[in-house]
Structure formats: structure tokens, C-alpha cells
Design a protein around this ligand. Structure first.
Ligand SMILES: NC(=O)c1cnc(N)c2cc(Br)sc12
Length: 326
């Protein structure tokens, strides 16, 4: 059915459509976040989600606490200990066109009152995780969960080679990043599973999530997972003053970072970065579903802060679904 323009809608029509979208989107979220097995294409999910956001913006009285626009991530899987994130693990706002990205920049520049340098980073198609170090020693690993309560996966992340058990400095720090399964590891895993008559994973993201959120650590250990770290919970412990320098500092501390980051001094630089990695995407050793641009100055990130769900200083530009074989 063709979508009715929202401007021509009365509130009861809007409420009926919004209620239907909430039920459908929450079911898709449960499959994706809790069961690690989405059964809807990303672009269909994104289009329905964007419609609900537009309805709620036109009719704010329709926003409900259980609306997917108010929630981050999934819940805690039975069998895992819960971990409280002192500083919430946020999601990201999404845009799907360069015009929308330009609008994000124009709003930010108007708010800040001067041009903003961005750090452009790849959006890794994996599972968000948080690593806690005390005096430089790895003490806990956790999933995002619903953003404030995640799953304790410490034993599992200890088996991931790219995660340092001790930093090069005795820092007490919470670092956030993505756990992913390289495309080659994904293909080999599904080949083994198929040969053994087992079900195969639909994509590397599901395989990574299903391997990390495993109660049997031995299974995690054999799944060749890897990580790229890219955000920090509290800026205090590090010396960097920009996002790009923070990534370099992360590497000096012993973390694995994604080397494809680049500072953009204009939106043309951002669009060039997008075009480049949209072309490079099939040849990357890991899945990406877009790019993330972040205000590069860390004091500006701190100044802008976040909404209940997403940072005001960053946005994700989503690529169309990956037609390439993974
Ligand atoms: N570079 C980044 O910040 C980044 C990369 N890949 C991702 N899947 C995500 C998710 C959030 Br939320 S940030 C981020």
C-alpha cells in the first residue's frame, strides 16, 4: 500500500500506522539483537524505522517508551551475568543519502557556529562491545545489551587475539568497539557447518554475534573473531584532543583499530571518502554497512553530548544492502 503523506494525516490515522510499525519493528529487533538471526533485509527495517521516526516527529504524542526509536540494542540473554554500563553504550543516528548527511552537517555547524572537521571511519558489520581495564589490566568485557545493561562476556573476549590483556600504560579506561568475524573465517565456518549437516549463519554479523554471545567459551575460541576499537566512555584517561589522535593513542595502548580512518575538512572530503569505500567494500576482509562521521575535536564531542539514544556529534551513513557475496 502506498504510504500516505504524513502532512495529510490526522492523529488517529498516524497512531494506527505507528502502532503497527512499533509491533513489527520490535519483532524484527528481537530476532536481530536477541536471537542473532534477523529475518528482514536491512533496507526494509531501515525504511520502516525511518517512517516511524517521521510519524513521531510529526505527532510527538505518539512516542511510547517501548517505541524502537527510544531503545538501544537488545536484552540480556539467559545464562549471562548482567553488566551495568556506567556510561551508556549508545547507538547512532542513520542517514541514507548525501543530502541527509549535508543536512546533519548544516545543523551541526549552525549549532556550533563554525565549520567542523570530521573523522571518517568505517561502520563495521559486527557486534558492539565494551572493554574495561583497571590499572591497565583487562577486567571485563560486555555487550551493549539495551545500552545501559549488557551481558558479561569476559571469558569469551579473553580468547580473542586482537584484544590486549594488558595495556602499555596502567590506565583505568572503558573502550568501545566492534567484534566482527572476517569474511574468510565466516566462509570457512559455514563450510564446516554445512559439511556437518548443521545450520549455516546468514551473514558474518550474525556469526560474530552468535559466536560472542556463547555460553561455551571453547566455541568462541575457535571462531576467529576480531575487533576494531573506536570510542571511549570517559575521555579523562587519554591525552588525545581529537578522535583521529585518540585512535592512534588506542593503537599505542595495544588495541586493534581500523586503519581506514581519515580526517575530513569539508563535506566534499566526506563524500569522497564515502565513494571510495563504497567501491572498496567488496574487497575488504570484513563486512561494513556504511561509514561513521564524528566531530573530530574531543572537547566538541563532550560539549555536544548525546540524546537518550545517540550522540549529537556523530552520524552513520548507511550503504544499500550488500549485493556482494560475503
Ligand atoms: N567507527 C565507529 O565509530 C563505528 C564503527 N562500526 C560500528 N558498527 C559502530 C557502531 C557505533 Br554505535 S559507532 C561504530
Amino acid at each position: 500500500m502506498a504510504e500516505q503523506p504524513i502532512t495529510a494525516m490526522d492523529v488517529s490515522t498516524a497512531e494506527t500506522e505507528a502502532a503497527g510499525l512499533r509491533v513489527q519493528l520490535n519483532q524484527w529487533r528481537k530476532d536481530y539483537y536477541d536471537n542473532d538471526a534477523p529475518n528482514v533485509e536491512d533496507d526494509i527495517y531501515d525504511r520502516n524505522y525511518a517512517r516511524l521516526v517521521a510519524l513521531e516527529q510529526a505527532f510527538p504524542q505518539l512516542i511510547t517508551p517501548d517505541s524502537p526509536t527510544q531503545l538501544v540494542g537488545g536484552t540480556v540473554k539467559a545464562g549471562f551475568t548482567k553488566v551495568q554500563h556506567e556510561i551508556p553504550m549508545l547507538s547512532l543516528g542513520d542517514v541514507f543519502s548525501q543530502a541527509e548527511l549535508q543536512e546533519f552537517n548544516d545543523r551541526l555547524v549552525q549549532n556550533v557556529g563554525e565549520p567542523v572537521d570530521y573523522n571518517c571511519e568505517l561502520k563495521i558489520d559486527g557486534l558492539a562491545l565494551s572493554l574495561r581495564y583497571e590499572n591497565g589490566v583487562l577486567v571485563q568485557g560486555s555487550t551493549r545489551g539495551n545500552g545501559t545493561v549488557g551481558e558479561d562476556i569476559t571469558k569469551n573476549i579473553m580468547t580473542i587475539e586482537s584484544i590486549p590483556h594488558q595495556l602499555t600504560k596502567p590506565l583505568t579506561i572503558d573502550v568501545r568497539g566492534e567484534c566482527y568475524m572476517p569474511k574468510a573465517a565466516f566462509a570457512a565456518l559455514n563450510e564446516r557447518r554445512e559439511a556437518a549437516g548443521e545450520s549455516v549463519f546468514a551473514n558474518p554479523r550474525n556469526a560474530a554475534a552468535g559466536s560472542l554471545r556463547q555460553l561455551d567459551t571453547k566455541v568462541t575460541a575457535e571462531r576467529q573473531l576480531s575487533t576494531f576499537m573506536y570510542n571511549i566512555a570517559d575521555y579523562e584517561p587519554i591525552t588525545a584532543r581529537t578522535q583521529s589522535d585518540m585512535l592512534t593513542e588506542f593503537a599505542d595502548l595495544g588495541f586493534t583499530i581500523n586503519p581506514a580512518f581519515k580526517v575530513a575538512h569539508s563535506m566534499d572530503d566526506v563524500f569522497q571518502y564515502i565513494d571510495h569505500y563504497q567501491n572498496e567494500r567488496p574487497d575488504l576482509a570484513y563486512g561494513i554497512d556504511g561509514i561513521v562521521i564524528k566531530a573530530n575535536p574531543l572537547p566538541l564531542q563532550r560539549q555536544l553530548g548525546a540524546t537518550v539514544k545517540v550522540p549529537r556529534w556523530a552520524i552513520a551513513f548507511k550503504f544499500p544492502p550488500d549485493e556482494q557475496p560475503t
